[in-house]
Design a binder for this molecule. Structure first.
Ligand code: ADP
Length: 222
């Protein structure tokens, strides 16, 4: 088996930015690896999750229960693994992923609390890793950013890219709850937490990158 490294975090936490920097660095070093980004909006396997994010099942995230919504995203991962990178990974390849099963633990587990959340988290890994036979990450880097900062970053990105936030991104209370849920999931599953805010300010992109790169090197050398 190869190595699977995941970058996770709430919306607007800097995943894509860090994913790009890390990919560029590994490329410069001439390392053999592949990268994937979930969800794969351009693939037919994302049809249901696009309907969900578009609000077809209801105007807010709570319109679809966490088990159903998680299944939409899991199906996309199943297709990706089976048709795209499974063989490479099984042959020892290194795969870098922007989001993974871990996103369901952040964005769906938030819909339930207490003991129900623990049951959901247990179900989720069982469903994706055991029943769907998807590989478990060797390293999950969780970018932890307080919601006040992610909201600013999301609005800036909307303005820069002229895109509209989806039903997850529009909902400030939901994003705040996701942050708490993400931290809980990180503790529950043992993810590596990268604290992106220090002394009340967002760390620079380069500073966060250095920390991430260090974790990745350690994982690749293990
Ligand atoms: P995500 O993929 O987690 O949704 P992005 O990487 O798209 O987040 O980042 C959201 C926005 O915040 C982008 O406009 C990005 O340029 C900016 N950004 C990311 N990381 C930082 C940082 N450490 N400091 C300041 N701005 C950042």
């Amino acid at each position: 088996m190869g190595k699977l490294i995941v970058i996770e975090g709430t919306d607007g936490s800097g995943k894509s930015t860090q994913f790009r920097l890390l990919s560029q660095r590994l490329e410069r070093e001439g390392r053999d690896f592949r990268h994937i980004v979930f969800p794969r909006y351009d693939q037919p396997s994302s049809a249901l999750l696009k309907m969900y994010l578009n609000g077809d099942f209801g105007p807010d995230p709570a319109s679809v229960n966490p088990y159903a919504a998680s299944a939409f995203y899991a199906v996309d991962r199943f297709c990706s693994f089976r048709l795209d990178w499974g063989e490479y990974y099984r042959g020892g390849g290194v795969v870098l992923s922007d989001r993974y099963t871990t996103s369901n633990a952040v964005h769906q587990a938030v819909k339930v609390t207490g003991q129900e959340r623990k049951e959901f988290l247990e179900w989720l890994y069982d469903f994706e890793y055991r029943r769907l036979e998807l590989p478990r990450p060797d390293l999950t880097l969780y970018l932890d950013v307080p919601t006040a900062f992610t909201e600013q970053l999301l609005r800036r990105r909307e303005a820069d890219t002229h895109t509209h936030a989806d039903i997850h991104e529009q909902d400030g209370a939901y994003l705040a709850a996701c942050r708490e849920c993400g931290r809980e999931a990180a503790g529950y599953y043992g993810w590596t937490v990268v604290a992106c805010v220090k002394n009340g300010a967002m760390r620079s992109v380069e500073d966060i990158h250095r920390e991430i790169y260090g974790h990745v090197l350690t994982c690749l050398e293990e």
